[in-house]
Write a protein that binds this ligand. Structure first.
Ligand code: CA
Ligand code: CA
Ligand code: CA
Ligand code: CA
Length: 464
């Protein structure tokens, strides 16, 4: 398969550098502007002086934005993956009609598959090594919308070839097509791994209400067996995680308000539903009966017990909360800690060590408000890192990027992954930029961005 004509490449000439955690204001650099360059140098001096007196307890996350060249597509799915073996850093992306992969750190783009011409689009997309050959494959939910046939969905997987840049990626069908109403929500897909690392099962929410896993046969090219965990969840959900919450050796399933306890025999056993959150939803979602959220699991407070982080994503004042794992995950009370109730349509969310202090942080990137306003005011997007610190309230909010009225970049969708292999997680995202000219006229355009994590570094000089 030849390189796709749609290409992204570094466009450092137009890259804007955002220095955060240095001073109380952000700096935008346009490298071809001498005036700005002079300003940048001045600010560098200020920044260096700021860096010369860091407090050891405050390693504040900082990002610099590189704009990548984007031609003709708008990406909605971003999945970190390893297509070139265990040490590779790759990224699968999709615009719902084509799935690409990007080799990092160069952002070279290759096609995996495209179905735009066949009346098919892609719903959920996940990356996992289905056939255990050391290279991640792609699992996706194909939505068939051919005019002369009823709308249907079918899980398929695309096998990563030995040379993923060359292709082709053979397509394998997991199941027969499922009838599906045209307006049904996308299911959510993640992968489940067994103890020895070989993939044996894949977990998904069908139509957001039916929680199932698929048993992958020894020969994964054969049809997979669907196993039901809960035929009808209390509400329609997105936001699914897996972890062994009660430390009994069996991987459990976590939704935004409930978790399902895995029985020793996941095929014949019952999966008890356990409630951990009483009030995740306080926004308009509460009435809609659909929970658009993200979840993550990590031991945030380092007490040896897993905690759950949940973020409302489909609202303009989303809550970000974490639930403290009790001694007894089943009978104990999951105490809720709210980090904020003011996240504007989050486009990226991750729980990972952002600032390199070996403690998990919570990263959230907000979307750009185009027409929608909150309380009559336009919201300017932020990247916020809730950084771990010792103390009674173990997280401190650090706004690592804040859009300005004159120029503002939002994160609509993206992934958190280490692009350049320096050990610090970066962000790759589909963004949107708002710009206000001297006549106060607003313009919007799509962007594709690499937010490089430069925590603890001096801001890079102009890298032209
Ligand atoms: Ca594989
Ligand atoms: Ca368990
Ligand atoms: Ca904990
Ligand atoms: Ca990095």
């Amino acid at each position: 398969m030849k390189r796709d004509t749609c290409r992204w490449k570094h466009s450092l000439q137009t890259a804007k550098m955002i220095l955060a955690g240095v001073s109380e204001f952000n700096v935008n650099l346009r490298s071809h502007s001498k005036v700005h360059l002079a300003l940048f140098c001045l600010l560098c001096l200020i920044s260096v002086s700021a860096w010369s007196r860091p407090a050891a307890s405050e390693i504040r996350s900082a990002f610099v934005r590189h704009e990548l060249e984007l031609e003709g597509t708008r990406l909605v799915k971003f999945l970190p993956a390893k297509f070139r073996g265990a040490n590779s850093r790759d990224l699968a992306v999709s615009d719902n009609s084509t799935i690409y992969w990007l080799s990092l750190p160069n952002f070279d783009v290759y096609n995996i598959t495209s179905t735009a011409a066949q009346g098919v689009s892609f719903g959920a997309v996940a990356a996992a090594d289905i056939n255990n050959d050391g290279r991640d494959d792609i699992i996706t939910d194909e939505i068939s919308t051919a005019q002369d046939q009823p709308t249907s969905r079918r899980l398929v997987w695309y096998e990563c070839p030995s040379d993923p840049a060359k292709g082709p990626w053979p397509r394998h069908e997991v199941e027969e097509p499922r009838p599906m109403a045209a307006m049904a929500d996308d299911p959510v897909t993640v992968s489940l791994k067994t103890e020895n690392g070989a993939l044996r099962a894949m977990l998904t929410l069908l139509g957001r209400r039916e929680l199932v896993w698929y048993e992958i046969p020894a020969d994964p090219v054969k049809r997979w067996t669907k196993r039901v965990i809960d035929a009808e969840t209390p509400r329609a959900y997105s936001g699914i995680s897996i972890a062994d919450l009660n430390a009994d050796g069996y991987t459990d399933v976590i939704l935004p308000e409930y978790w399902y306890e895995a029985p020793p025999d996941p095929i014949s056993g019952r999966w008890p539903r356990r409630k951990y959150a009483n009030a995740l939803l306080k926004g308009p979602e509460k009435e809609r009966n659909t929970v658009l959220a993200r979840t993550a699991v990590a031991d945030l407070n380092n007490d040896g017990r897993l905690d759950i982080v949940a973020l409302e994503t489909g609202v303009d004042t989303g809550r970000l909360v974490w639930y403290e794992g009790p001694t007894n995950a089943i009978a104990g009370y999951w105490y809720e800690h709210q980090l904020t109730g003011d996240i504007y349509f989050a486009g990226v969310f991750a729980v990972t060590d952002v600032n390199g202090d070996k403690k998990p942080d919570v990263l959230v990137g907000e979307s750009l408000s185009r027409k929608h306003k909150v309380g009559g005011e336009r919201r300017y997007p932020r990247i916020i890192v809730f950084e771990w610190q010792a103390g009674k309230e173990p997280f401190k909010a650090n706004v690592a990027y804040r859009g300005e009225r004159e120029e503002s970049v939002g994160i609509e969708a993206g992934a958190v992954l280490d692009v350049n292999g320096d050990g610090k997680p970066d962000i790759v995202s589909q963004g949107a930029m708002l710009r206000e000219d001297k006549e106060k006229k607003l313009s919007f355009r799509d962007t594709l961005d690499w937010w490089e994590n430069i925590t603890g570094q001096k801001p890079p000089k102009d890298r032209r």
